[in-house]
Write a protein that binds this ligand. Sequence first.
Ligand SMILES: [Zn+2]
Length: 71
Amino acid sequence: MEVLHSFVCDLCDKKLLHDPAKGHIPLGWKMKEIYLKNLLLCRICSSPGQFNGGPSIRIQDLFEKKFGEKY
Ligand SMILES: [Zn+2]
């Protein structure tokens, strides 16, 4: 029987049900350190295009909304 856990993106709050037996985090999701915080990012937030020479405007905006800190 599958045991699904709810994973939530630390930036955009996207939720995904995932069976940890199939990988400790969902496929395409990544742990990433942004401004000294270790965050779980969904496939969209962790895509290489969002980190082309530093976090994109989108990432910076989401980070500011979530943590109230601007960088
Ligand atoms: Zn996300």
